[in-house]
Structure formats: C-alpha cells, structure tokens
Design a protein around this ligand. Structure first.
Ligand SMILES: *[C@@H]1O[C@H](CO)[C@@H](O)[C@H](O)[C@H]1NC(C)=O
Ligand SMILES: *[C@@H]1O[C@H](CO)[C@@H](O)[C@H](O)[C@H]1NC(C)=O
Length: 499
C-alpha cells in the first residue's frame, strides 16, 4: 500500500523539537500529575492539541468492530459500515479515498482480516461466506490479468484495477488459501459450501482454494513484489506464507481425496523450505527479508509478520523450531531484537529508549514513505503490534511447553531481560523462566501502550504515527491496523489464529 504517484506536503510539525514532544508525551500520557502536564502544555501553547495525546484504551472488541466496518455489506456496532457501495464481502484497506486513496481491496489485507474473522470463538459464517464470494469475483477477474492470481488489488466493485502497480504480489493467493482452508475446516469438509465453492479437485471447476494452491505451487519461484509493494525480488514473507499454504494445502487436498495434488504441494513446500534457509544471515545473526533487492540492509517488519503468519498454530513444537522459522524460535527472536533496536534512535519519538523498553517500529529503517508521498518513514501500527505479538506468542508457547530454551543465537535477545542469562533450557518452575517471560510480557505491553497512546481520541488507528510528533498519519482507520490489534490480543491470551 505504499505505491502512489500523488504527493502531499509534509505534515506540519506541531512541535518545534522532538525533545519537547517527548516531555509532553510522558507528562500527558503517563503522568498522573495534571499540574505538571498543564504547565508543559501552556509552556509551548499546545493546550488543545495535547488532549489528543491522552492514552486511549483501544480494546480488542472495539478494534474488531472497526475492522469489520471496512467490509462491504457488513454491519458493525462501532460507527456502522464505513464503506458503503462496496461489493458485499469485499474487505477495503481503508475508507480513505484521497491523500492517500486506499479505497480498494487488496488480496493480502483482505485475507489477513478474514483470518481474524474466522478465528473468533463464534463463527460469523455469513461474513466469511460473503468474503469467500467476493474473493471468487476477484479470482475470476484476475484470470484475465497478466499477473493472474498475483494481481494485488481490486476496485471496490470487484473489477480488476488496471492502473500501473507493483505486480505480481504472490503472497496474496497463499494467504487467501490459508484463510479459506481455515474456514472450510470450521464449517466441515463435507459442507456443501466447502465441496461446491471452496475445493474441487477438478482444476477446471475453478474452486477458490484449489485455484490458489495451484497458483502458489507453480509460481513460488517467480520474482514478485514484496508485501509493501515496493521492491521486486524474492522475499521471506512471501515464501513463508507460500510454504504454510502448501503444507496445509497438502493435508487439505489429501482430506479432499485429491492425493496427486497433495503430493505435489508437499514436494513444492519442501523446496520452498529449503530456499527459506538461505534467508538466515549467520554472520549478522538475523533473518534477511529479501534477496535480489539492493539498497536495504534486510531488517524488515515483514520478517516478524512472516513468522507470525507462517507458523503452524496447532503445534507448539513448531513454534520453537528454527528450521521452519517458528515464531518463538531462536532465529526469529534474534531477529526481533535487531529489528526493534534499529528504530530506537531512528525515530525521535522513541528518544533512543534502551532495551528492553518498547519503541515505535516501522517497516524498515530506510523507509521514506510517509503514508501518502515520500519524505520520511514512520512507525506503523501493524509493525509495532507485530513486535508485541511475537513476544506474546513466544511467552504463550513457553507456558504451554513448560519450558524456555536460550541458545547462543537467542542469547542477546534474552539478555535484554536479564543480563546474567546464559544458554540452557529453563523449566517453567525456575526463577529464570519467570524473569524472562515477565520481561517479555512487559515489553509486549509496552508496544501496546505505545499504540494506545497514539490512537485518536475516538480509538481510531491510521496506518502510521509520525516519527517526530507522534500523531496519526497515513490512511485513516486502516483495516489491517485493527486486525493486527486483535491478533496480538489473541496471542497475549495464548490463543492463535485458526489454521
Ligand atoms: C523442525 O521442522 C522440520 C520441518 O518440518 C522437521 O523436519 C524437524 O524434525 C523439526 N525439528 C524438530 C526438533 O522438531
Ligand atoms: C476518528 O477520528 C479521526 C480523527 O478525527 C478520524 O480521522 C476518523 O475518521 C475517526 N474514526 C471514526 C471511525 O469515526
């Protein structure tokens, strides 16, 4: 969602100095000393603007309602539907129609959003069926595009978006297949909607899941644009979600009496897993986000997102398995530390807060997209929440497994929480386990507090918050920001997205 030909003038700096801003944030958002806060405000004449810096308690149920308010035809208890006259079931990235115009449906954002819907304790079958039917329209229209199912975004009526764009984006069909398989498993493999619309072994029948799995299994080696729609190459995020879709797809195809497909998907998944190994940068100790892309250092939020969307959420052992880049594995935790540390001094609002303090984190350090045009990159809600979700997931998995392992790879990550940590496996009854997991929990809560303190007064989340003054920036009410909020909240309770 970063490509745009339009430019907008730079946001007006509300505060002359980032240092003052920090003082203000601390006093207003976190201090109970109202006098000190009002002194600080009057000192710099910001009485009015400062009220917007009060902490907002964005709750998971509120975020969920805001999220579904951006789906065509869905009714939401929070402000009704924000996207009228949109194809029923089509998930719109944001209601914002100008500066920037995100009033489109992206396959990726839609699949990640519908994954939240299908992961709720009570299944909203109507909403999921509407999503599936809207994707059927997208999928049929994509067939006439030169990118085929790698076509990334569609108009709100479901028609192909034909303007120039970064094509193809081959993570979309993988994410959509994963979401629809989770839906099929919830309604049952024998359900008429599963057998009639979602999966038919006859490829020419054009069923949703089969079409996507075939596309992924035959095209994963192709160069593709990244999830930020900026660079073409080979991407960790794209590959790991493709891997996930094919591993699960193989089991699914097997269960749907399609053994030939099952075997082919397994074979391609194994090849993807082998390719994924090359993204581990052993000399620098982190997972590189891309290959074939120049001008970047490889540190990227997409690795956190890939680990979160790429693990088998039914298997706690897989979560800690570094071969599959499990979300709680040493390689991912090591990358988490390098990733978060990259933004400590980069964004003024972070005030170079030392580890293990949470800070606002963005897509990648050299980002220049400002939410509408190009100037300077900012912290993003989805990335700050992903940083929390990795920690929450790792703690929940450790609790479920009854132990936590510290390896030489993850040692720097764990030493953030206790400098005397050494390598080893700590059982949940040990002091070391409690120290480390409570440190991780506190850091995760810190990321969520940052999100809350930058939300609008009405609880709305844009795409980003300004790196210097902390105010919301970029597309308003970004559907994915809300999805990320709910997803992290589930992980903090030891609940994961449906698989
Ligand atoms: C990690 O995952 C790989 C791929 O699924 C598997 O072959 C390996 O046995 C797993 N390792 C452990 C320790 O479970
Ligand atoms: C919340 O307030 C912001 C800032 O005024 C606005 O952009 C956004 O549309 C509002 N959200 C809702 C859902 O009303």
């Amino acid at each position: 969602m970063a490509k745009t030909s339009e430019r907008r003038s730079k946001p007006i700096a509300l505060l002359g100095s980032a240092g003052l801003c920090l003082v203000l944030l601390c006093l207003c958002a976190f201090s109970t000393n109202a006098d000190a806060a009002s002194v600080a405000r009057s000192l710099i004449g910001l009485e009015k603007a400062a009220s917007r810096l009060m902490p907002r308690a964005v709750t998971s149920s509120y975020a969920y309602q805001r999220m579904i308010a951006n789906i065509g035809g869905a009714s939401s208890t929070a402000g009704g539907n924000q996207v009228p006259n949109v194809l029923t079931g089509s998930v719109i990235a944001s209601p914002s129609t100008a500066t920037p115009n995100y009033f489109y449906s992206w396959i990726r954002d839609a699949a990640l959003t519908a994954k939240i819907v299908v992961s709720q304790p009570t299944l909203d079958r109507t909403l999921m069926t509407n999503y599936a039917n809207a994707e059927k329209v997208h999928q049929q229209n994509a067939a006439s595009s030169s990118s085929s199912q790698g076509e990334p975004k569609f108009n709100v009526d479901g028609a192909l978006f034909t303007g120039p764009w970064g094509r193809p984006q081959n993570d979309g069909p993988a994410l959509r297949a994963s979401t629809l398989m989770a839906f099929a498993k919830r309604i049952g493999l024998n359900d008429a909607f599963t057998t009639g619309t979602l999966y038919k072994s006859d490829l020419s029948a054009g069923s949703l899941i089969k079409t996507d799995l075939e596309f992924v299994s035959h095209n994963w080696q192709a160069s593709s644009f990244d999830l930020w729609e900026e660079v073409q190459g080979s991407h960790f995020f794209t590959l790991i979600v493709q891997y996930r879709s094919l591993i699960d797809g193989a089991k699914f195809a097997g269960a749907m009496n399609d053994p030939g497909a099952a075997s082919y998907y397994n074979q391609q998944a194994a090849a993807i897993l082998s390719k994924l190994q090359s993204f581990w940068d052993s000399s620098n100790g982190f997972i590189q986000a891309y290959q074939g892309v120049s001008g970047r250092n490889g540190i990227d939020c997409s690795v956190m997102l890939g680990a979160l969307k790429g693990w088998d959420t039914t298997d706690n052992a897989a979560a800690v398995n570094a071969t599959v880049f499990g979300v709680a594995s040493d390689k991912v935790l090591a990358t988490h530390k390098k990733y978060v540390d990259s933004f400590r001094s980069l964004y003024a609002i972070n005030n170079n807060a030392a580890a293990p303090n949470a800070v606002g984190v963005g897509r990648y350090p050299s980002d220049v997209y400002d939410g509408d045009g190009t100037s300077q990159g900012n912290p993003w809600y989805i990335c700050t929440l992903a940083a929390a979700e990795v920690l929450n997931t790792a703690v929940s998995v450790a609790n479920a497994r009854g132990s936590l392992s510290v390896t030489s790879t993850s040692l720097p990550f764990f030493q953030q929480f206790s400098s005397s940590t050494s390598t080893g496996t700590y059982s949940s009854s040990s002091n070391q386990f409690s120290t480390l997991t409570s440190g991780m929990k506190a850091m995760a809560n810190g990321f969520v507090n940052i999100v809350n303190s930058h939300a609008w007064q009405n609880g709305s989340l844009n795409e980003e918050f300004n790196r210097n003054n902390g105010f919301n920036q970029g597309a308003r009410d970004l559907t994915w920001s809300y999805a990320a909020f709910v997803s992290n909240d589930l992980a903090s309770q030891g609940k994961y997205l449906a698989n």
